[in-house]
Write a protein that binds this ligand. Sequence first.
Ligand code: IMP
Ligand code: MG
Length: 176
Amino acid sequence: MERDRKILIDEETIMKRVAEMGAKITADYEGKDLLIVCILKGGVIFMSDLVKHIHLPLAMDFMAVSSYGASTRSSGVVRILKDLDEDMEGKDVLIVEDIVDTGLTLHYLIDYLKSRKPGSVKACCFLDKPTRRKVEVEVDYIGFEIPDKFVVGYGLDYNQKYRNLPGVWVLDENDN
Ligand code: IMP
Ligand code: MG
């Protein structure tokens, strides 16, 4: 990743922030019935690190949605590729996502999960690109705000690649 790409957030900075977020979530969800809903595939690295800093008995489930093809811009179309396995009635659901960009995916997911009668639904996103928002959406926990650049690493991909990078990098659209 050295050539033509720039690091935006390094691994050490991410680890510190994720630990802080875990501590905050631990305090906020004390005594609740926490269900972490990780959004595949982008949320998986973040979720894996985050749950190690949440010191509560919690359950985890996974959903896969698709709003992008092989493009770096949102199509605005959200499709459910994999639904939840577990019943969520009465549970305090925390959606764990890689990034909120236009907000379309998260907006759709919050509505969808609320319709399944949970105790509560909140959202925790590793990254936020606030200048790109098309719909208003409340994000309760945000790791980092970033500028309008296409980024990869720490779960985020371009054409399914680069998810395993331990930091966040700005992708030069000329190479892939
Ligand atoms: P939204 O519906 O526009 O908010 O898009 C959310 C989804 O778009 C995220 O879950 C990501 O999968 C993808 N996405 C948005 N921006 C980026 C980026 O900079 N890099 C990689 N994926 C992105
Ligand atoms: Mg994604």
